[in-house]
Each structure stands twice: as structure tokens, then as C-alpha cells.
Design a protein around this ligand. Structure first.
Ligand code: MF3
Ligand code: CO
Ligand code: CO
Length: 249
């Protein structure tokens, strides 16, 4: 069942989205070469607490960290630890927070100090594909219209979309129906209706789309060792288009 949010719930989602974005930007600015991923996660925990929020990821299916930090060939769900960020690394940060019972979920990839032109192009195309998807996120369209827009943008630039992980409905839980794939699979796809809140989140690989999981049971990496980037917004579907709930505050 796909839940439609009423005005009161939408107001709460706006607040959760605002806080998620605020924390994501704070953490993004904090990332520097030389620090460990644990330093980043602890900073994130502090900023989330400062907002009176709580991590929506910590403890979710026993996920052990406050945010997801995925470096270079890590696609999603990277675990914080002793790894040191090096100059030129690209770092995907995914922040999910609970505020008053509702979730805001947003992600971006940032460069540590600087990065190669190819890495920058990967990040730019991934963010652009997110906005191409958002442009299709309006009542009357189908989820597959979002998927198609993302996939076309990514593949026309020579990159590939990850299949195994997808966007999703979001609200009282991190993951609600419907699934929002970043590729077209030909399966019947739900119609978008006003009041739906969904997270659109392309995960884009510079090389091949295949991924594998590390032995830690969480970290997803590219099979070919190429770079991966991830951008995500939580959006509200309305009859005139999408309202981005995780827009810059
Ligand atoms: N990356 C997921 C998303 O944005 C959420 C991560 S769940 C966790 O939808 F448990 F891995 F943190
Ligand atoms: Co997320
Ligand atoms: Co998400």
C-alpha cells in the first residue's frame, strides 16, 4: 500500500527534510583529507543530536552507523571506521533522520580537497540525473517515468545505473512503497498521486553497473573497482510537480 500524506503529515515531512538537508550540508563541509570515516560519522551524530533529531539508519536492520559513508568504489551503505580519507577521494554521504516521527532522507557525493575531472563529471551527471528524475515526479505520471529519465541521462553520458538498490517511498518509515528504480524494467509501474512522498536516489557507476557486497555484510562496492556516486532527495508529489523536501535550507 502506498500511503498518501495529509497536510499535517506533509508539514512534518518538510521539517524532517529540512533537518536532513541541514545535517548533510554540515557533514559535507566537514569532510577533509586526513580524517577517518569514524570522525565523519561522529560529527554527523553530533549534528543530528543538535537538531533534536535521531538517525533513521542507526539500528535499521542492525545498521551500526549514524549515516552511510561510501568512498570511491563503495556504492552505498559504507561503514564508518579507521579508513582515512585521502585527497582526491570522492565520498558519498547519505543522511536519514527522524523528526517528530517522520523521515527525511538525502544524499550527495563530495570530493575530499579536490578530485579528477572524471570523478567530477561522474558526480555532476549523477546529480543531473536526479533532477531529470525529479522533473518527471508529478501526479499522473508513473514511477517508471522517473526511472526512464534517470537512466537516459546517465547512460547517454557513458555511465551506468546500479540495479540492486533503488529509491523508495518514505514517511513514517525509511523504506515504504513504492520502489523507485533508476532503470526501466518493463514491469507495471504505479501511478504517482498527490500526497506521495518518495526518495529518488540514483547510484551511478563510472564503469559497469554490477556491484558486490563486502564481508562486513553492508558495504556495497562496484565489481569492476570503478568509482560510484550517489545523490538523493526526498520529494512530495503534487499535481503541478515535485516539491523537494530536502532542498538547501
Ligand atoms: N541508503 C538507504 C537509503 O537512502 C538507507 C540506508 S539504510 C541503512 O534509502 F541501514 F543501510 F542505513
Ligand atoms: Co538515503
Ligand atoms: Co533513500
Amino acid at each position: 500500500m502506498i500511503s498518501l500524506k495529509n497536510e499535517r503529515e506533509i508539514a512534518a515531512m518538510r521539517e524532517a527534510g529540512r533537518v536532513a538537508r541541514l545535517v548533510l550540508d554540515e557533514v559535507g563541509s566537514f569532510v577533509q583529507p586526513g580524517m577517518t570515516t569514524l570522525d565523519i560519522d561522529q560529527f554527523a551524530a553530533e549534528r543530528i543530536r543538535k537538531q533534536g533529531a535521531r538517525s533513521a539508519f542507526l539500528g535499521y536492520r542492525r545498521y551500526p552507523c549514524n549515516i552511510c559513508i561510501s568512498v570511491n568504489d563503495e556504492v552505498v551503505h559504507g561503514l564508518a571506521g579507521k579508513r582515512r580519507i585521502l585527497f582526491g577521494d570522492i565520498v558519498s554521504l547519505d543522511v536519514g533522520v527522524y523528526v517528530n516521527g517522520f523521515v527525511g532522507d538525502t544524499a550527495k557525493t563530495v570530493a575530499a580537497g579536490g578530485c579528477s575531472l572524471e570523478a567530477q563529471r561522474l558526480m555532476d551527471v549523477t546529480e543531473r540525473s536526479l533532477h531529470e528524475g525529479i522533473a518527471q515526479a508529478k501526479a499522473g505520471n508513473r514511477v517508471s517515468d522517473i526511472s526512464r529519465a534517470v537512466q537516459e541521462c546517465v547512460e547517454s553520458c557513458g555511465f551506468s545505473v546500479v540495479r540492486e538498490f533503488v529509491g523508495h517511498g518514505v514517511g513514517r518509515s525509511v523504506h515504504e512503497e513504492p520502489q523507485v528504480p533508476n532503470y526501466v524494467d518493463g514491469k507495471p509501474s504505479p501511478k504517482l498521486r498527490s500526497g506521495m512522498t518518495i526518495a529518488i536516489e540514483p547510484m551511478v557507476n563510472a564503469g559497469r553497473p554490477q556491484v558486490e557486497m563486502l564481508n562486513d555484510g553492508w558495504t556495497v562496492v562496484t565489481k569492476d573497482g570503478g568509482l560510484s556516486a550517489h545523490f538523493e532527495h526526498t520529494v512530495l508529489i503534487t499535481s503541478s510537480g515535485a516539491e523537494i523536501l530536502t532542498c538547501r535550507a
